[in-house]
Design a binder for this molecule. Structure first.
Ligand SMILES: O=C(O)C(=O)Cc1ccccc1
Length: 311
């Protein structure tokens, strides 16, 4: 039997590949993809069992290519998360010096993390956007006519593609971390671990005062804590937004289900995008009155009321 295929944002040497190596079983075949939508489509097409893509960066925020694509065409779910510390070098073909660099290429999130350094050290250099940090490294290594002389990539990618490191320590924030997620096709939801996170996308009812507050109350009323919320434009007209949300807890837990039921009753679109163990393993704090047991006891009491056993 052949090994399962895992797709990732390639080519070889990306931070996404580092994340994949950190979470995937040893015996997988890997498939580098040119961009995030392609990596996710490989899963939709059943050509890959899972994909590893970036979703959130501690400096730049959400990775929109991932957040938006999760609800595009057939929905996918997150099954695991992993955080990778991000370090960058400025690399180029052998002999390239800082003063030779007139244009630099990298992924937009990498550029956002090195912008201050580039402004101070390469004030006249032009930025050329790329689909990943290692795509421009590969292009330089292959001797293509690139239009840029240097790349901002991870030190391992520079080594892998035989590039010279022109400068190290180029990140503006040395503690930057990117969160990557493992994406799979939806299936039976796994059991909770007690230290889980759930991701969802919600669209608010149009033109209603207090709609955002009402949506957030679905969580607060059940003691569900949010760990991320970002607005994303729906795309059909100005002023229409969806919210991409991470909450603490698992869809198999009563308080999370109660929040989802409330959202489903009141919002035109709710998408469940996966419950998965949180990477820090920290147990979720369940506030008084919102545990599964509290719900079970309350439901039994209602049953008693209905049966005339109590008031
Ligand atoms: O391009 C890569 O190497 C990626 O995996 C995407 C990315 C880019 C910049 C910071 C973190 C992840």
């Amino acid at each position: 039997m052949s090994a399962p295929v895992w797709s990732f944002l390639g080519p070889a040497g990306t931070f996404s590949e580092m994340a994949l190596r950190a979470v995937a079983p040893a015996a997988v075949d890997v498939e580098p993809c040119p961009d995030v939508p392609t990596a996710l489509d490989r899963v939709r097409e059943r050509e890959a069992a899972s994909a590893v893509v970036p979703i959130e960066n501690s400096v730049e925020g959400g990775v929109n290519a991932t957040i938006d694509n999760l609800i595009a065409s057939s929905p996918l779910v997150i099954t695991a998360e992993v955080a990778i510390p991000i370090t960058f070098v400025l690399a180029g073909r052998a002999g390239t010096r800082l003063e030779d660099v007139r244009a630099v290429s990298t992924h937009p999130h990498a550029w956002a993390q090195c912008r201050g350094w580039a402004h101070a050290n390469l004030p006249d250099a032009v930025y050329v956007a790329s689909t990943s940090t290692s795509a421009p490294a590969k292009a330089l290594a292959e001797g293509s006519e690139t239009g840029f002389q240097a790349v901002l990539c991870n030190p391992l990618a520079a080594q892998q593609y035989g590039l010279d490191v022109i400068a190290g320590g180029v990140a503006d924030n040395p503690d930057a971390v990117t969160r990557f997620v493992v994406i799979s096709r939806p299936g039976r939801v796994c059991e909770p671990t007690g230290a889980d996170k759930t991701t969802l996308m919600v669209q608010l009812p149009h033109d209603r005062a207090g709609a955002l507050l009402d949506m957030l109350e679905q969580f607060s009323a059940r003691g569900v804590n949010l760990s991320r919320i970002e607005s994303r434009p729906v795309g059909d007209s100005l002023g229409r937004y969806r919210f991409s949300i991470d909450i603490e807890g698992h869809i198999r837990e009563e308080r999370v289900q109660a929040a989802f039921i409330g959202l489903h009753r009141t919002c035109p679109m709710v998408r469940f995008l996966g419950s998965y163990p949180r990477l820090d393993g920290r147990p979720v704090v369940v506030s008084a009155g919102t545990s599964d047991k509290d719900f079970t006891v309350a439901r039994a009491w209602v049953a008693d009321v209905l049966a005339g056993r109590t008031l």
